[in-house]
Write a new protein. Structure first.
Length: 692
C-alpha cells in the first residue's frame, strides 16, 4: 500500500483534459463523444454517461437542470507503466429497487468495456432519505488477454465549472503539520492532494471527504468505509474549474476473470457551503454503525484549564485559583501536562505528587472546591529514557525499515495501537485515572492521536501493516469504554492538536475542542465542521479563549454554540515565553460577562443550523442556532456597515435583541428578514417569537 499522495498536479491536469474534449475543444488529440448513453439520478442529481462512460453531474437543485461539470473520465485505472485506462465504450444499464440500512432506494448499474478488455461497472444507489447523495462503487473486471498490472484507481473525478467569476471555496478533511485552515479559497495554482495517511511524522489521517463550491452550487466526493483507508482526495484548480476525486494506490495484477473493486464511496451536489455534505455523510455513517455518542451534561459545562501555569506548575498555585474559577462560573478544573515524569511511564512527578495518595487527594480537593477534575494524557506516545521503552520495545510502531515513528512535540515515539500489550497497558492506566484516582474526565491530547502509519514490527504479527491504521479507532473505543465503565458520566475530550479530526475516531469521544486554533476563524470553521460531523448539538469547545484573536474573542465561541474554555491564572501571572494569562480586573469583568451569557443561553445544547449560511461567500460571515423556540444569529467581520439576513425565521414576527449589548433591534419576519446592521468584530442577535 502506498503511503504517499497519489497523482501530482501534472497527472491530475492530464485527466482533467477530458473536460475540454467533451465539449468539443482541442487537447490531447482524441475527442470524447458527448452523446448521452445512460442516466442515473433522482430529483436532485442526475449523472449522465456518454458512450465512453465519461460522466457529468447535472444538478436540479435550482428547479431546473444545470450541468455543474462537463463530461470527463470520472472512473479510471492507472497501469503500472503509467498508462491510464479511461475510455469504456458503453455496453448496458440496469436498475433495481433496494432497501437496506440506508432505507429505500434505487440502484443503477452502468457497464462498459475498454479496448484493453477491462470491463467497468459503475453502481450508483440513490436513497429516498439522501436526495442528491448517491453511494457509488466501481468494479473493473479483466475479461481477456495478458495479465494487467494496475497501480491505482480513481473515482468521482469531477470538475466544477466556473460561474460568474466569483471563484471557489473548498473544505478538505486532511491533516497537515502547518495546521492550515480546513476551509480555503481555491485560487489559481491550488493543488492539495489530501492524502489520508501520514503527511508528516506525526500528522495524518482525517475525514475522507473533499468538497468544492461556487456561490450557487458545490460538488463533493468521499468514501464511506468503516475503517480509515490510505486514499487521496485531491482538490486541484485548473482552467476548467475546481476538481475533486477519490484515489487509491493499490498495486494488483489482474488475470483474466479477476476483478478490482473500489471502496464504497459517494458523490454529491449541494447549495451553499460544505455543511450539507458533511451532515449527510454523518447520517450515512450512522446508518452503518459509526456515530458520535450523545454528550453527557458535563460535556457542556464551562472549562478552566491549569495550562496557564505551564508544565512547571506548583500544586499550591493551581489550588489557589479554584475559588476564583468557581466564582467566575466555570465548572471544570483540568490538570494539564506536567504531572508526570514522562510520556510512557506516566509515573507521578515527585516534585508535585510524592505518592498516588497525593494525586487522589488533589482530585478530591477539586471536588471540594465545587469543581470537576479532569486529567491530561497523551496515549500512544513513549519517551526515550522511559522505563516502558526500556522494558517493552516490542510495543513500538516500526516502519518498513525497522525505524521508530517520531512524535515530534514530546520528542517521543509511537506505540502501536493494534498490539495487545499496548492496549492492555493503556486500559489499566485509564482505569487507574478514573476508577482509582477519582478524575471525572480525560483530556486526550496530541496530534499523533489522529492517525498512525502502517506498522511493520515483526513482534506484532500483523496480517497486514495497515492493521495499525485501521484499528486505531478500536484503540480509542477501548479508552472511551474503559473511562465510561469506571464513571458512566465521564467526559472524554479528544484534542488532536491542530489536525483535521479523523472521523473514525469521533464515535469514541463526547467532547471535542478547536484543538489549538491558530485564529478565531479556525474556531468558527472547526465548530461548523464538527457540528456537521458529530451532530447539531455536539459538545464542541472553542478551546482556550487565550488562543483566539487578541486572546479575548469569546464571541467566536459563544455565538456559534461552542463550550467556553480558558486558562487564566490568578492571582499571579503564568509561565512561558508567551505568558499573558493573568485575570486582571479588566479581564475579569469581560470574562465574567461572557461566562454569564454562556450559562444563560447554553447554545451548544441547541441545534446548529449550518445549512443556512455559506461560510465562504456570505458576507458578513454568519452562523445560526435554534434553541427553545428562539433563533440565535452570530455575524462576524472586522467592521460592517450594511445589512444582514436573518435566515430560517418561522411564521409570525420575531423580536430582535443584541444580546451582548442588551439593545433592542426591532422586529423581523421571514418575508422581511433583512435588517440594517453596523458593528465591529461581531454582532449577536436573539430572535424571539412575538406572541399573538
Amino acid at each position: 500500500m502506498n503511503t504517499q499522495p497519489l497523482l501530482r498536479r501534472r497527472g491530475v491536469l492530464a485527466l482533467l483534459g477530458g473536460t475540454v474534449l467533451a465539449t468539443g475543444g482541442l487537447g490531447s488529440g482524441r475527442a470524447f463523444a458527448a452523446a448521452v448513453a445512460a442516466r442515473a439520478g433522482d430529483a436532485v442529481l442526475t449523472l449522465e454517461f456518454d458512450t465512453a462512460l465519461n460522466s457529468r453531474l447535472v444538478s436540479n437543485l435550482s428547479g431546473r437542470a444545470v450541468a455543474l461539470t462537463d463530461f470527463a473520465p470520472s472512473e479510471t485505472v492507472t497501469l503500472a507503466d503509467d498508462r491510464i485506462i479511461d475510455s469504456f465504450p458503453y455496453a448496458a444499464q440496469t436498475r433495481e429497487a433496494v432497501s437496506d440500512v440506508h432505507g429505500a432506494g434505487v440502484r443503477h448499474t452502468v457497464r462498459g468495456v475498454s479496448a484493453e478488455g477491462l470491463e467497468k461497472t459503475v453502481s450508483l444507489t440513490f436513497y429516498d432519505r439522501y436526495p442528491g447523495f448517491p453511494l457509488i462503487n466501481v468494479a473493473w473486471r479483466h475479461t481477456r488477454g495478458e495479465p494487467l498490472a494496475i497501480k491505482s484507481w480513481r473515482l468521482g473525478g469531477h470538475t466544477l465549472k466556473a460561474s460568474g467569476g466569483a471563484g471557489f471555496w473548498s473544505w478538505s478533511g486532511s491533516t497537515h503539520a502547518d495546521r492550515r485552515d480546513w476551509v480555503q479559497p481555491v485560487k489559481e495554482g491550488f493543488d492539495q492532494p489530501n492524502f489520508m495517511g501520514m503527511n508528516d511524522s506525526d500528522y495524518g489521517s482525517g475525514t475522507p471527504v473533499a468538497d468544492v463550491w461556487r456561490p450557487d452550487a458545490g460538488i463533493a466526493v468521499g468514501h464511506i468505509e468503516l475503517t480509515p483507508k490510505l486514499v487521496s482526495l485531491p482538490i486541484v484548480a485548473s482552467p476548467a474549474g475546481a476538481s475533486v476525486a477519490l484515489e487509491e494506490a493499490r498495486a494488483v495484477t489482474l488475470n483474466p476473470g479477476e476483478t478490482l473493486r473500489s471502496l464504497d464511496a459517494f458523490v454529491t451536489v449541494h447549495t451553499r457551503d460544505y455543511y450539507a455534505t458533511l451532515d449527510a455523510y454523518r447520517r450515512v455513517m450512522a446508518d452503518r454503525g459509526l456515530a458520535a455518542p450523545q454528550a453527557p451534561e458535563g460535556s457542556y459545562e464551562p472549562i478552566w484549564c491549569a495550562w496557564g501555569y505551564d508544565r512547571n506548575f506548583t500544586v499550591a498555585e493551581i489550588e489557589g485559583t479554584y475559588a476564583k474559577v468557581k466564582d467566575m462560573g466555570f465548572k471544570w478544573a483540568v490538570l494539564d501536562d506536567g504531572w508526570q515524569t514522562n510520556e510512557g511511564d506516566w509515573a507521578l512527578d515527585p516534585r508535585k505528587f510524592r505518592t498516588e495518595a497525593d494525586m487522589v487527594a488533589f482530585a478530591a480537593n477539586i471536588r471540594k472546591a465545587g469543581l470537576k477534575p479532569k486529567l491530561w494524557l497523551a496515549p500512544l506516545a513513549v519517551d526515550p529514557g522511559s522505563d516502558l521503552l526500556h522494558d517493552h520495545t516490542d510495543m513500538l510502531l516500526l516502519d518498513e525499515n525497522g525505524a521508530v515513528q517520531d512524535v515530534t512535540w514530546w520528542n517521543a515515539f509511537y506505540l502501536c495501537p493494534a498490539y495487545q500489550p499496548t492496549i492492555d497497558y493503556t486500559q489499566a492506566l485509564i482505569h487507574k485515572i478514573i476508577g482509582e484516582w477519582g478524575y471525572e474526565g480525560l483530556k486526550l491530547d496530541g496530534q499523533h492521536m489522529n492517525g498512525v502509519a502502517p506498522c511493520h514490527n515483526p513482534a506484532h504479527n500483523h496480517a497486514r501493516p495497515e492493521e495499525s491504521v485501521e484499528k486505531l479507532q478500536d484503540f480509542w473505543k477501548m479508552v472511551y469504554d474503559t473511562a465510561r465503565k469506571a464513571n458512566p458520566e465521564a467526559v472524554v475530550e479528544f484534542c488532536p492538536c491542530g489536525t483535521s479530526y479523523a472521523f473514525h475516531n469521533l464515535p469514541y469521544t463526547n467532547q471535542v475542542p478547536a484543538s489549538d486554533p491558530l485564529s478565531s476563524w479556525q474556531v468558527r470553521l472547526k465548530g461548523k465542521s464538527l457540528k456537521a460531523l458529530m451532530g447539531r448539538d455536539a459538545a464542541y469547545a472553542g478551546d482556550h479563549v487565550e488562543l483566539s484573536d487578541g486572546g479575548n474573542d469569546w464571541a467566536s465561541t459563544v455565538g456559534i454554540g461552542a463550550v467556553i474554555s480558558t486558562k487564566f491564572t490568578y492571582p499571579h501571572e503564568g509561565r512561558g515565553p508567551d505568558a499573558n494569562f493573568l485575570l486582571t480586573p479588566e479581564r475579569e469583568a469581560v470574562w465574567r460577562k461572557w461566562a454569564d451569557i454562556y450559562s444563560a443561553k447554553m447554545l451548544p445544547k441547541g441545534q446548529y443550523l449550518g445549512e443556512l449560511y455559506d461560510i465562504g461567500f456570505d458576507k458578513p460571515e454568519a452562523h445560526a442556532v435554534s434553541k427553545d423556540g428562539k433563533l440565535y444569529y452570530a455575524f462576524y467581520a472586522p467592521t460592517w456597515d450594511g445589512h444582514v439576513d436573518l435566515r430560517g425565521l418561522g411564521d409570525g414576527a420575531y423580536r430582535l435583541t443584541d444580546y451582548f449589548n442588551g439593545v433592542d433591534l426591532g422586529t423581523a419576519t421571514a418575508s422581511a428578514a433583512r435588517i440594517p446592521a453596523r458593528f465591529e468584530k461581531f454582532l449577536l442577535i436573539e430572535a424571539t417569537p412575538v406572541q399573538a
